[in-house]
Write a protein that binds this ligand. Structure first.
Ligand SMILES: *[C@@H]1O[C@H](CO)[C@@H](O)[C@H](O)[C@H]1NC(C)=O
Length: 432
């Protein structure tokens, strides 16, 4: 079929632009693409030639019950009303780990613990329980804050449907876990903490001492699951931290690059992107990928140090813990990205762990279950151990090993890229 242009539109068929203009446009387009390429390349993660973070062990170990321990505590923030869920977690962790290692558990609450709670925990912990009241000023609005404005904002966030953001106590908790937790008098004597929460499951035997291994391998922070943060909880958090990073001249680590999503808008329009408050002064944004903080094994000294506390105090003064709902996971993760090289972060991929609907569970290591071990073998529930699979690294995990992870691996891959060996192209063009 021949399409005929009506006479009135005939001029559309003629080239509208002169040769020179077209050439100029072409050059501009190429220049813009090249500029975008150069810009995004700045955030390309430089992968190492060897893995910088391997699992500490890939099969069951004979628990070193007589070896020296680290100066560490298992810490849970919990209310009296959550006793049942708290007991579930404690029983799970005792059965899978602490019955061999007997680390003390510290329970934190913004109200005094009930007699029943203390008695139940005294009976359930093999390394002793301590019960600590969080000082009022560390679980309330900062003194300079306009409480009425903050309360109004919290109510508005709730109406806007931002997750948990309508609850004042949730904001206190996020602020507490972001900064004040680390400087608690109750934790002053410890070097390491393992954060746990009510109502989580541990699925695998942890037959080695993670604190000892963290110290031995010079790690600072250990995690299990990484997720995407809800953008509406923290519209200005990344900008605040990025500006702080620039102001204090922190170098850009590979971990920071792994967290940033560079803008694809060309110069000079890119800098206009910085008018969006979720972006930094250059127009780039955060991928929202973070380490989920309800499980953490980490070095208290890092978080008590000047760099971290300086950042926290700055963030606190902006009011964002109340005028937005900044989560402690987001704050921890971006701070780690700003301050640490990738080899300081450890993924406990050999641990089975569940919180809410999110979980990680490795397949069991083939031939690595130490059936002969007297110490490990006294578990009466052995029938629920899942099969061993090639490539498995778990120790007596109680999940079927078919599905090992939820949510795909988008954030995990992204955050682990800087510590993961670059794949080598084979001569046949494949990748191994
Ligand atoms: C729990 O144990 C601590 C220290 O061992 C003790 O002081 C306290 O009285 C115990 N509390 C209850 C309720 O059993």
């Amino acid at each position: 079929m021949i399409v005929r242009f009506p006479r009135a539109f005939a001029h559309f068929r003629k080239p509208r632009l002169s040769r020179t203009t077209r050439l100029a446009l072409l050059v501009l387009t190429i220049a813009a693409l090249a500029e975008i390429y150069v810009h995004t390349r700045q955030f390309a993660v430089r992968q190492p030639t060897r893995n910088l973070d391997e699992p500490f062990y890939t099969s069951c170990q004979e628990p070193a019950v007589d070896a020296p321990r680290e100066n560490a505590a298992i810490v849970m923030l919990v209310r009296n009303s959550e006793l049942e869920g708290a007991l579930k977690t404690v029983h799970s962790l005792e059965r899978h780990f602490n019955r061999w290692f007997h680390y003390p558990m510290v329970f934190l609450n913004d109200e005094p613990f009930s007699y029943d709670f203390q008695r139940a925990m005294n009976e359930s912990t093999s390394g002793g329980a301590r019960f600590e009241l969080i000082p009022k000023e560390e679980w309330s609005f900062p003194e300079w804050m306009d409480e009425r404005a903050a309360t109004k904002s919290i109510a508005a966030q709730g109406r806007a449907g931002i997750m948990y953001a309508g609850m004042e106590s949730y904001h206190h908790m996020c602020r507490f876990y972001s900064g004040k937790f680390y400087t608690l008098e109750a934790l002053r004597d410890y070097k390491w903490y393992w954060r746990i929460e009510p109502d989580v499951d541990f699925y695998c035997s942890i037959s080695y001492d993670p604190f000892v291994e963290m110290a031995r391998r010079d790690k600072v922070y250990g995690f299990t699951i990484s997720l995407i943060e809800g953008a509406d909880t923290c519209p200005t958090l990344f900008r605040q931290i990025s500006d702080w990073k620039e102001k204090h001249g922190y170098r850009t680590t590979e971990l920071w690059k792994a967290m940033v999503s560079p803008s694809w808008v060309p110069w000079p329009f890119r800098s206009m992107m910085s008018w969006f408050r979720a972006r930094d002064s250059k127009g780039d944004s955060w991928s929202l990928c973070h380490y989920w903080s309800n499980f953490e094994i980490a070095d208290l000294d890092f978080f008590r140090g000047q760099d971290y506390q300086g950042l926290f105090n700055h963030l606190d003064r902006t009011g964002g813990f109340y005028y937005e709902r900044w989560g402690d996971a987001a704050v921890h993760s971006l701070a780690l990205g700003m301050l640490l090289d990738p080899e300081k972060v450890h993924h406990f991929e050999d641990l089975g762990y569940r919180h809410d609907f999110f979980f990680q569970c490795p397949a069991n290591a083939q031939g690595g279950q130490r059936w002969e071990s007297q110490v490990l073998g006294s578990d009466p529930t052995y029938t629920s151990w899942s099969p061993e699979r090639p490539g498995g690294i778990g120790c007596r995990c109680e999940c079927d090993g078919a599905v090992t992870r939820n949510m795909g691996n988008y954030c995990l891959d992204r955050l682990k890229k800087p510590s993961t060996k670059k794949l080598v192209e084979s001569t046949r063009g494949g990748v191994w």
